[in-house]
Design a protein around this ligand. Sequence first.
Ligand SMILES: Cc1cc2nc3c(=O)[nH]c(=O)nc-3n(C[C@H](O)[C@H](O)[C@H](O)COP(=O)(O)OP(=O)(O)OC[C@H]3O[C@@H](n4cnc5c(N)ncnc54)[C@H](O)[C@@H]3O)c2cc1C
Length: 380
Amino acid sequence: MSTAADTADVVIVGGGPAGSALALALAGAQRRVLVLEARAAASTEYRPLALSHGSRLFLQRLGVWPQLSAAATPIRRIHVSQRGGFGRSQLEAGELAVPALGYVIDYGLLSAALAQAAAQVADYRSGVSVSDWTAGEPALVSVERVGAAQQWSAELLVIADGSGAADVKTVDYGQCAVTARVTCDQAAGDIAYERFTPEGPLALLPDRGQWALVWTVAPARAQQLCELDDAGFCAELQQAFGRRAGRFTAVSHRASHPLQLRRSARQALQHTVLIGNAAQTLHPVAGQGFNLALRDVAVLARQVLEEPQELGSLRWTARYLAARESDRSTMAGFTHGLVRLFSNDIAPLAAARGTTLSMLGSLPPLKKFLARRMTFGPRG
Ligand SMILES: Cc1cc2nc3c(=O)[nH]c(=O)nc-3n(C[C@H](O)[C@H](O)[C@H](O)COP(=O)(O)OP(=O)(O)OC[C@H]3O[C@@H](n4cnc5c(N)ncnc54)[C@H](O)[C@@H]3O)c2cc1C
């Protein structure tokens, strides 16, 4: 077996949305940036993502928003409720003085647009699956192909492969998210619904006149829902959600995603950092995973640009980790708390849920504070 060695200043493992956004953000850094992406072609999976207003501003700064805006549906109102319980809350874009609370976009479209833009400014290689990486001086990445192996060394190795290292802390929620596009007898406009049911949260997000569904249920129920015929699925959804959006008439192919909270070990690594889902994977209940990933990207790119000395040294990567710790912990804790409070059928917690929703409704400053944190991150 032959081994060829090569070097790059920054090697990004994973050219998904986070890895591609980082390559774009590093465009002005005068560094040789190499992106290694396992997929040979763009993802065709339908997964609706709610981008926060803060994420939109960042994508605009990266110059990629014009390619995305036609496919993105603005959310101007969010309606939160719980099935069979009192309490509800509504949030409007005007309350935060932003044009929209967020934007719904398909993961496949977003990934493809970012990858295409990244390929204009970096050496982006598709169909290259990394088999191993090692932190150190230098950090090393290996790719194995039939009969040959290739190795790259990097001053800064960025793991953006969506799963990270083996030493992750995992909480398995014992839940799956069923995603699909749903058609209704009334066109979806600019309202998003989040409904908490004892099985888990059910989100209906407007997506170009249709509804994007993210429905959290137990794994066996997810499998059953995916196997139902379209009419049976629409009937089950109607039963769980009610008639607030109208009558569901058709549904696309469904996918099921197992849900976990995963956080990578927090000590600094030599010449290596983890970003996006590789660093932390959140439950989608609050739609924060990619928004958090973009804040990883923004902080890392700024550090590469503003602190080029000793790039990747242990002190350098420790500074990056410290800069990200508060935002990451807050979002992981907030998301985890929401799942625990809202995904069960325990009577005192049902009352607490109602109270929380009513409080949010009657205490505008608290609601505003939470909404700003979710829209802009820790500086919101
Ligand atoms: C049902 C659901 C709904 C969600 N809703 C929202 C939402 O509303 N808002 C939000 O902000 N977030 C949401 N998320 C989270 C969001 O999808 C993730 O945070 C986001 O995809 C993270 O991007 P990433 O690039 O870090 O990882 P990924 O999207 O997982 O991309 C990783 C990339 O690395 C590549 N890769 C993997 N292994 C290798 C390898 N060995 N070598 C080379 N390349 C490799 C993969 O092919 C992929 O392209 C949701 C998630 C789910 C499951």
